[in-house]
Write a new protein. Sequence first.
Length: 331
Amino acid sequence: MEHKSKIIQIPERILMQLKRAQYGVYHHSTVELCHWTKKSLKDEADCYKKIFYGIDTHRCVEFSPAGMMCHMKCIFCWRPMEFMKKIYMNEDEVDEPKDLMNGILQERRRLLSGYPGNPKVNMLKYREAINPNHYAISLSGEPTLYPKLPQLIKYIKEELKARSIFLVTNGVEPNMLKRLIKEDALPTQLYLSMNAPNKELFIKINRPLIKDAWERWLESLNLLSKMNTRTVIRMTLIKDFNTDPKYMSEYAELIETGNPHFVEIKSYMHVGYSTRRLKKENMLYHNEVREYVKQLIRYLDGKFAFMDEHPPSRIVVIQNTERYINRWIPK
């Protein structure tokens, strides 16, 4: 009988940091009640995903099957990824999708357990939150490193009866994206991060740990236009790094290559571990993001138009006018 490797565990030192930061952790996976979920439960506000696409903020499970594992060390990342050395996950050392989701949902229920005692909490929303219907596979680490991602997405769709699944990727695992296409396991909406207009800035901002990361990212970008699902390019703007108007034409060319349904353009946020690498002045005010988007739309030659914005998150979304789809996720 072949020996089965031990399931990957997040190192104890990082595990303690994550728990202090109110994360739930299950082996190599992480889950969190984000700022907006907490606000939504108290009827105070909703996240941009609700405003832009109609998902239920309080019923969102934000998690990652790859914990703190990533093959890029982006300067703007708020996560404590400096301590993670492992950047590959083998099939025999990861949880099966069913076990993974059981662990993640149990951790999420634990994180929610104190809310009924808060008089500000909308109890109807709390009861709905216990039965989530939206899954955001992002949070921390790079989810496409998880070798059973197609099975995981299918499990969430079929067994957990998800209304919607959003997957966020840095694009450095194009072969996994090809698997999602081939195995009919694409999420409801796939996000590709775009933080640089060219290879030089890509290396400077994303600090990849593999030599051909830019070439892999370009391959993922080309796959976007071929995907039979909703696609988004997410741009993070960092003042004094990637916001110079001279890069506009390069950004526009990349966007036209990916031909996504939406492009979300947001400011870097000076939070978490990113404060060790960047300054508060590297953030843009929302009016600066809005002005930047106006300029970018001109370079896109009418192919994209303003759709919506979420000032608290300093984010603007534009929509593809030629590859048009309804912005709202079906109920």
